[in-house]
Design a protein around this ligand. Structure first.
Ligand code: FNR
Length: 185
């Protein structure tokens, strides 16, 4: 069984990025344990708060990520970069610094994103590169998934109606699962 822990960088109910992960969960093969982790309820990072101990929401996310064979992020793009709520969650799970090796080093990692705009979160995904390097993740760059015009690709129930999007997502996931399995060997 290959375990993928997926994180959406949006908190809103109608999030295209969260919806994309829900569709992905339905598309992966039966031998994949696809878990969608939550960043909801994570407080703003503050070293004073950290001294009191990591919040339960942070510990839960961190241990879920630590137990993953591969991490998948669906990142929105805010102001050409990573949304604050997602970066905040990532900052929390990077603490203490000594835990980065256990949680992230050499972990297969894939990135995708959805936006109603035209560039498919290209800038936000690019903004992830220094974090990928710092965490010593193993990025799967086999295929990029930049989902633009998201409002035209999802229906009112947040299901993907666009066949090309479904095909691209399925290929993206198949390649990522294969990448994870190759790293495990
Ligand atoms: C945005 N949005 C946006 N989109 C984009 O493609 N590039 C950008 O730089 C930005 N900047 C931006 C800033 C802020 C503060 C907000 C609130 C929004 C639009 C964004 O892509 C859109 O709200 C998505 O729907 C957010 O993702 P979810 O919530 O649907 O997953």
């Amino acid at each position: 069984m290959t375990r993928i822990v997926a994180v959406s960088g949006s908190l809103r109910k109608g999030s295209y990025n969260t919806a994309l992960l829900s569709v992905a969960k339905e598309l992966v093969s039966a031998d994949v344990d696809f878990q969608i982790a939550s960043i909801d309820g994570i407080p703003l990072f503050n070293e004073d708060l950290e001294k009191q101990g990591a919040p339960a929401t942070v510990t839960a996310l961190k241990e879920q990520l630590a137990g993953a064979d591969g991490i998948l992020i669906s990142t929105p793009e805010y102001n050409y970069s990573i949304p604050g709520v997602l970066k905040n969650a990532i900052d929390w799970v990077s603490r203490p610094n000594a835990d980065i090796a256990r949680v992230f080093h050499n972990k297969p990692f894939a990135l995708m994103g959805a936006t109603p705009s035209g560039f498919g979160t290209l800038n936000a995904q690019t903004a992830w590169l220094p974090i990928i390097r710092y965490f010593k993740l193993r990025p799967c760059f086999a295929n990029a998934l930049y989902l633009s015009a998201a409002h035209e690709k999802f229906d009112a129930n947040l299901k993907v109606q666009d066949q090309m999007t479904l095909t691209n997502l399925e290929k993206f996931l198949t390649d990522f699962v294969r990448f994870i399995q190759q790293q495990k060997q």
